[in-house]
Design a protein around this ligand. Structure first.
Ligand SMILES: NC(=O)c1ccc[n+]([C@@H]2O[C@H](COP(=O)([O-])OP(=O)(O)OC[C@H]3O[C@@H](n4cnc5c(N)ncnc54)[C@H](O)[C@@H]3O)[C@@H](O)[C@H]2O)c1
Length: 326
């Protein structure tokens, strides 16, 4: 069993991963600035409130905590915001990661799992998406993740920093009974927005119903956050056992349209999920679905909670029961 530093562990995916790491017997410590996270998502005594860009403080945490590896979630993650303030994304996502890697190299911690994204592929011609498709991000958020992935390749080659880069598709849901959930501020993810519409009666906007898909709305690959958490544990264990650096998609391999998500939300909640139809949003590809074959072969991971209804049910349950509900 290892001791793992979870950056961004007070955020949505990081807090779930910290929860599953503890359940599987690892010890954890969370590093988070709390700028966009919630301290209540981290158990008492496990949080080091530090900004990643403060490399001296990060080094101090690494020296004091004597961790074996890092799982690095901390970043800004709003595509829209990244188009309004690109510099914020490069400073935090790239600068923060560089500061972390420098601190890791200086303190002799050489294993890292990184949160990357399907946004690094941009608009694709071929679905499902395999990892060998070229990087072609269409927004500064995606570009910031590509930059970090490239930095990691160089640090592997010349400094021995071994890494697994995990490119998530649409993270969603929550782990029932964990006290954790999803509520970004502002919320931009479809499932919580649809559930909020069912809760409040305020319609959610659907961006376009004239795409070349069976019902005209965009298709996405929705991946349960608990499945994501388990993939991170397998990835860090793979590195601890000497696995070499690599990048993997994390998705279910199955896509669902916006209209299907709305219908699933109505079945799960027993309420109407009202929506208004808006125009297409710039840069939204019609369909994004992962080919998750590579991670199955390398890490033995595949999504276990892949049914849309199950995902929406867990999102609904954790939304209504979780305290921090971040
Ligand atoms: N949610 C998704 O669907 C999705 C998809 C692909 C990739 N990702 C990536 O996964 C990671 C986690 O996403 P999330 O949805 O949990 O986001 P989140 O905003 O809920 O969590 C991010 C956490 O990082 C912290 N943080 C940000 N900058 C920091 C800094 N400089 N120093 C210390 N802490 C800092 C925030 O306070 C927050 O707690 C991000 O890197 C994101 O880009 C998310």
């Amino acid at each position: 069993m290892a001791k793992i530093l979870v950056t961004g562990g007070a955020g949505y995916i990081g807090s779930h991963t910290r929860y599953f790491l503890e359940k599987s017997g690892h010890t954890t410590v969370v590093l988070d600035s709390l700028e966009r996270g919630d301290a209540r998502a981290v158990p008492e005594g496990m949080l080091r409130q530090v900004d990643l860009r403060d490399s001296e403080k990060v080094k101090q945490v690494l020296r004091e905590e004597k961790v074996d590896a890092v799982i690095h979630f901390a970043a800004y993650a709003y595509v829209g915001e990244s188009t309004q303030r690109p510099e914020m994304y490069f400073i935090n996502n790239v600068g923060g990661s560089l500061s972390l890697f420098e601190a890791m190299l200086e303190t002799g911690v050489k294993l890292v799992v990184f949160s990357s994204t399907c946004a690094s592929y941009g608009i694709v011609d071929k679905v499902p998406i395999t990892e060998d498709q070229p990087f072609a991000p269409i927004n500064p958020y995606g570009e910031s993740k590509v930059m970090v992935e490239k930095i990691m390749e160089w640090l592997d080659k010349f400094r021995g920093l071994r890494s697994v880069r995990l490119r998530y598709f649409n993270a969603c849901g929550g782990e029932p009974g964990s006290g954790l959930g999803e509520r970004h501020d502002p919320e931009t993810h479809l499932i919580p927005l649809v559930l909020r519409a069912a809760e409040t009666g305020e319609p959610v906007t659907v961006f376009g119903d004239d795409y070349p898909t069976p019902d005209g709305t965009c298709i996405r690959d929705y991946i349960h956050v608990s499945d994501l958490a388990e993939a991170h544990i397998l990835a860090v264990e793979y590195l601890l056992k000497g696995g070499k650096s690599d990048a993997f998609n994390l998705g279910t391999g199955k896509g669902h349209s916006v209209k299907k998500v709305l219908a699933a939300a109505e079945r799960v909640t027993g309420r109407k999920a009202p929506y208004t139809m808006g125009p297409r949003r710039e840069g939204d590809p019609p369909e994004l679905v992962a080919d998750a074959g590579k991670v199955w072969k390398a890490l033995g991971w595949r999504a276990k909670r892949a049914g849309l209804e199950e995902i929406v049910r867990d999102a609904w349950e954790t939304r209504r029961s979780s305290e921090p509900n971040i």
